[in-house]
Design a protein around this ligand. Structure first.
Ligand code: ATP
Length: 454
């Protein structure tokens, strides 16, 4: 191949996907996500949510909670303890089975998940996988992912407890409590949002796979004869949910667990996957867990967890349809989905197109200039709006710069008080995505925002 041909071929190569690097740097710059314990050099794959990140995560969790509990009559919410009786993890099978196969490389000292070797990188030769680099690999051995700690002053075997690796068990062990106290009848669900901990062998990809994360789980208890109907129903609901976050449908797909992937207790399992810059990866699992969970807890606790009401002829163990989502992964998907760049007047401008309902700051309020009563009018509007919305006041710099800062922070609206405002009580409301800037009465701004963010 001559030089000209090789140059032409190079120009056909797709551009390097550096969106993750750009996103990580944007998250730091704008206060979405910071490396944990950063002043001490950070802690591997642990992250802290900054002012905007904490707000976005709260909005995502509130949206999920509203959809799952407030808007429905058949789902109750709970908030169970992270520390649970060790018997729970015996009964659930986590002590025995919650393991990943781990392989070490004796040459580069890397440690890898045996089932992720093809997507792992040799520590010495990052262009190669651990299969390809020629390093000496150990046999795979099982590694339990649960974090252990001790309860009480004595650190011995009998005091060992675990940080929960999933929130679901807190729901199963409260099945009777919730049923009896809420008087729900089957089919009904229990929802919970909370932290979970897994000592992942290979965490990474920013906040995608971490050792401490948050789950949003809902377990729906059904009669065994109706499991398929509710499984199909929840698959539909959960797909629609991601669209309601503003995620493009073309970035979502289903992955059905084949016979080799299916957990021993599951009758059917589908994951909703999102196309991250590092590939298609799971956002949420929708599983038919059969009567495995209540069956195990009945056996280990000695409590009868069977269900009965006058509609049925006999007691039965309900089947469980589980929807299990990660709050951090949803947040990452919202950021990736919203990241956009435009060339404007020779400058690359970044836009974070987060739906108004989730955006951390709903509107920024600017006086056009710092004089002629404009800051006072802007501060008055800010003070009125902040009773209902997270809003931000800014008078620093040229108006174009202020728009640019807000575009990058994901703020959908910028409201400007100018000379005309003082005459006719109208303001401009600039839309981040259309860049249109219509005028409206200052008194109608609150209604406008309510309609957009609800
Ligand atoms: P993966 O195959 O990616 O390890 P999983 O199948 O083990 O995920 P589940 O046990 O089904 O995950 O957990 C439900 C959800 O919890 C996942 O869909 C994901 O959104 C979230 N989740 C699980 N593990 C992590 C993690 N280490 N970091 C962040 N989120 C996680």
């Amino acid at each position: 191949m001559n030089q000209k041909e090789s140059k032409a071929l190079k120009s056909l190569k797709p551009p390097k996907d550096d969106r993750m690097e750009k996103l990580v740097s944007l998250c730091k710059r704008r206060g979405y996500v910071f490396p944990s314990s950063e002043i001490y050099g950070g802690l591997n794959s642990c992250w802290d949510y900054g002012p905007l990140g904490a707000e976005l995560k709260r909005n995502i969790k509130n949206h999920w909670w509203n959809e799952m509990t407030c808007r429905r009559n058949d789902i109750e919410g709970i908030d169970a303890a992270i520390l649970m009786s060790p018997r729970v993890w015996e009964a659930s099978g986590h002590i025995e089975h919650f393991t990943d196969p781990m392989i070490d490389c004796k040459t580069c000292k890397g440690r890898f998940r045996a089932d992720h070797l093809d997507s792992s990188r040799c520590l010495r030769k990052p262009s190669k996988t651990p299969h390809e680099c020629g390093g000496e690999l150990t046999e795979a051995r099982q590694f339990n992912l649960m974090f252990k700690t001790f309860m009480g002053a004595v650190e011995d075997e009998s005091a060992t407890i675990f940080l929960r690796p999933e929130t679901a068990q807190g729901i199963y062990v409260n099945f009777l409590n919730v049923k009896n106290s809420s008087r729900q009848k089957i089919p009904f669900g229990i929802a919970q949002i909370g932290k979970a901990f897994r000592n992942e062998i290979t965490p990474g990809n920013f906040i995608f796979r971490t050792r401490e994360f948050e789950q949003m789980e809902m377990q729906y208890f059904v009669h065994p004869s109706e499991d398929q109907k509710w499984f199909d129903y929840w698959r539909e609901q959960r797909w629609a949910y991601y669209l309601s976050l503003g995620i493009k449908e073309s970035s979502l797909r289903w992955h059905e667990h084949g016979p080799n992937e299916l957990a021993h207790y599951a009758k059917a399992a589908y994951d909703i996957e999102f196309e991250f810059p590092f590939g298609w990866q799971e956002l949420e699992g929708v599983h038919n867990r059969t009567d495995f969970d209540l069956g195990c807890h009945s056996k280990f606790s000695g409590k009868d967890l069977r269900y009965f009401d006058e509609r049925f002829t006999e007691k039965f163990l309900p089947y469980i349809i589980e929807t299990s989502a990660g709050a951090d992964r949803s947040l990452l998907a919202v950021l990736v989905n919203g990241y956009d760049e435009l060339e404007i007047k020779g400058e690359t401008r970044v836009f974070l197109r987060i739906s108004p309902k989730l955006a951390p700051i709903k509107a920024a309020i600017f006086p056009l200039v710092k004089k002629d009563g404009m800051p006072e009018a802007a501060l008055k509007l800010h003070s009125d709006l902040k009773k209902k919305f997270k809003v931000f006041y800014d008078h620093a710099g040229a108006i174009g710069r202020r728009y640019a800062r807000m575009d990058e922070a994901g703020t959908p609206y910028c409201i400007t008080i100018d000379g005309q405002t003082l005459e006719d009580q109208t303001v401009t409301v600039r839309d981040r995505d259309t860049m249109e800037n219509p005028r409206m009465s200052i008194n109608s701004v609150a209604d406008f925002l309510t309609e957009k963010v609800s």
